[in-house]
Design a protein around this ligand. Structure first.
Ligand SMILES: [Zn+2]
Length: 372
């Protein structure tokens, strides 16, 4: 499973003068073509890198680093059998940096060589996945799993210990006690695993009763419930139902966030809509939360000295140094926002963001822009 620590290490890495190779390869579901498809994308990337390694204007250290990247990536492609979805490789051998991240859904094949890792595809994919606790609760038993990145991992089992016999009152008391134990367990899991969402399965008739036992904290995390009418259930079916709940939650969260940003900006509040104001907001570290339309790429310029970002220009108006053209200014904005401790949300849902491309909630009102 992918940890937050790995992701942060990649996002924060800088080549400090050496090139960083970022390679994304789609891994098809179809087993017969999988190996060949991945190999051809990796071969294309390696071909481009070999040409680059002949460019002596890059300097000795950069060429040596790229040669090391070629060896590492070629070796990895020869030995690994990646799962369907995509694989992202980040390499800067001159700085001893190599990371491999298996992504659960396909992204565009892409190879970039830049001073920083190209992380937007990876973040866009990971953003679609919330850490969810799945609980199937019956009157006499309960099981819990963690669902993250399309993987289910069992996290616990509870079983009613005493036999209620034929006394209905006693049976009812035992059910209540069992439900309270399940709630305690869910609370513990929340403290240790830090899940965002809860998906709860059980008998249709019993679910509302169990929900009543949840603490208000846990109840706020319930993203949905699903019927499980048999104690001998099918695990694949549980996973499907829980995944559908998480997907629905994701779409509605995206819609709500975009609507909030548009409403706040329209009312003259702390929000910015569109590339130009958002790039300026990024330049002055004013972005607390950035919404990005998934799959859009726009060229622009960046000042490497003070991280001034813009769509075009020759000279940075803040420090009067020359700027560096970049193939995707949105990716640079994402990096800057992450560096400044802001958060990112890639939006795949059909919302007003398609028109604006980016929107930001702000920490403070934007100062007026300097003349470019
Ligand atoms: Zn500058």
């Amino acid at each position: 499973m992918i940890t937050a620590e790995t992701i942060n290490r990649i996002v924060r890495f800088r080549g400090n003068g050496l090139p960083v190779v970022s390679l994304y390869a789609r891994v098809p579901t179809d087993l017969s073509s999988r190996g060949a498809m991945v190999r051809s994308q990796v071969d294309r990337a390696l071909h481009d890198l070999r040409l680059m390694a002949k460019d002596h204007t890059l300097g000795h250290d950069a060429i040596k680093s790229i040669r090391g990247d070629i060896d590492r990536i070629a070796g990895m492609a020869a030995e690994r059998r990646w799962l369907p979805g995509a694989v992202a490789l980040f390499s800067c051998s001159g700085r001893g940096f190599f990371e491999e991240v298996q992504l659960p859904r396909g992204v565009r094949d892409r190879m970039t060589v830049d001073e920083t890792p190209w992380v937007r595809s990876m973040l866009a994919v990971l953003d679609e996945y919330h850490r969810c606790c799945v609980a199937v609760v019956h009157r006499e038993s309960a099981r819990t799993w963690e669902l993250y990145l399309d993987e289910m991992r069992e996290t616990g089992k509870l079983r009613l210990s005493a036999d209620p016999g034929r006394n209905d009152n006693k049976a009812d008391e035992l059910t209540k006690r069992h439900f309270r134990q399940v709630v305690t367990r869910l609370d513990e899991l929340h403290r240790t695993d830090g899940y965002e969402l809860l998906a709860i399965g059980g008998h249709r008739a019993e679910l509302p009763r169990f929900i009543d036992f949840l603490t208000s904290d846990l109840r706020a995390r319930v993203a949905g419930t699903f019927p499980v009418d048999d104690a001998t259930f099918n695990l694949g079916d549980i996973k499907r139902q829980a995944s559908a709940i998480v997907d629905r939650y994701e779409r509605s969260e995206e819609e709500r966030m975009v609507a909030d940003a548009v409403e706040t900006a329209t009312a003259g509040g702390l929000a910015a809509l569109g590339l130009e104001p958002c790039l300026w907001a990024g330049s002055v570290a004013a972005v607390s939360h950035l919404l990005v339309q998934d799959g859009t790429v726009t060229p622009g310029v960046i000042c490497d000295y003070d991280r001034w970002l813009a769509l075009a220009g020759q000279i940075c108006p803040l420090c009067e140094r020359p700027v560096r053209p970049v193939p995707d200014i949105i990716d640079e904005l994402v990096q800057v926002v992450i560096d400044e401790g802001g958060s990112i949300k890639h939006v795949g849902a059909d919302t007003a963001l398609k028109e604006y491309v980016v929107a930001a909630s702000l920490r403070f009102p934007l100062p007026s822009q300097p003349d470019g």
